[in-house]
Design a protein around this ligand. Structure first.
Ligand code: GUN
Length: 284
């Protein structure tokens, strides 16, 4: 029977560390600031952004929300980002995705100053991650590495398989595992014999976006299984990309949905904002 990795507990522990460091900085009159830009009325985005703001304030940081209407021009959004780049009280900038179709996400990401890019989406940060230099690491992948490390398992030398190749999760988490000296395979929808490939994994990260996609026959006995999914099952109940009940017997460790990867993402955003602030203060 696999041990459940408690993402809520780990997220809280890391947030407490960030909060106490922020409190120390406050004594010297310093306060990290995060600006979140929300475009349009997407309800899911609105909920995510509200949670980000709440957690930022709980950590003792400055939180700024900039709301723009669905029909805002790309030019206007880019000028808002440029103003935030110049704002000395703001150390982290996050533009909530997805953006309306008439706006280029690529252009917006490229415009965010890479030293305030707490999402880790800017090409400079992506490149630095690729060559193993210090960079801002996207929040969900950074959280996944913390979850794996929390099991006490050494990543070095292990076989890791990542199912999914998105720029936000699959590719960066594969790169982080490689930087930790795992032997990494990136599998995806066109991979042949996917269950056999997955079964090689000591560490299996699943980010397919397909409800309960991974079953018992994908799992090497004792493997660490990290489920990045946020899906709905046939009864509209929240579930992951892994069929938890089917897999839990076979796995060594497994993250639940909810309560696994999800809670770690905002915590890593706060950690990135603190890191951004400290870097900016150091160079100014
Ligand atoms: N939309 C869904 N997840 C994310 C994220 O991690 N960052 C941003 N900016 N938008 C998102």
């Amino acid at each position: 029977m696999g041990e459940i990795i408690d993402g809520k507990k780990l997220a809280k522990e890391i947030q407490e560390k960030v909060t106490s460091e922020v409190a120390e900085l406050a004594k010297t009159g310093k306060k990290p600031g995060l600006a979140v830009v929300l475009v349009g009325d997407n309800q899911a985005s609105r909920t995510y952004v509200r949670n980000k703001q709440k957690r930022t304030e709980e950590a003792g940081m400055k939180s700024v929300l900039i709301e723009l209407p669905e029909n805002v021009t790309e030019e206007k959004l880019l000028s808002v980002v440029e103003e935030l780049n110049e704002d000395k009280t703001i150390h982290g900038i996050l533009v909530q995705l997805p953006l309306p179709k008439h706006i280029s996400e690529e252009k917006v990401i490229d415009t965010i100053s890479y030293d305030k890019d707490v999402d880790g989406f800017h090409p400079v940060n992506v490149g630095n991650l690729f060559i193993g230099k210090d960079s801002f690491v996207p929040c969900t992948p950074a959280g996944i590495i913390e979850l794996i490390k929390s099991t006490g398992t050494q990543i070095e030398g292990k076989r890791a398989v990542v199912i999914g190749r998105s720029n936000i999760v699959g590719k960066p988490v594969a790169q982080l595992l490689l930087n930790e000296n795992a032997t990494v395979t990136i599998a995806h929808s066109r991979t042949k014999d996917l269950p056999q490939v997955a079964k090689e994994a000591d560490i299996l990260v699943v980010a397919t976006g397909l409800a309960k996609f991974v079953k018992k026959d994908y799992i090497k006995p004792g493997a660490i299984v990290i489920d990045v999914g946020m899906d709905r099952d046939e009864n509209n109940k929240l579930c992951g990309d892994v069929d938890f009940d089917d897999v839990v017997e076979e796995a060594g460790f497994i993250t639940p949905v909810p309560g696994g990867v999800g809670p770690m993402t905002i915590t890593m955003l706060l950690a990135n904002t603190l890191k951004a602030a400290k870097r900016i203060w150091k160079t100014n």
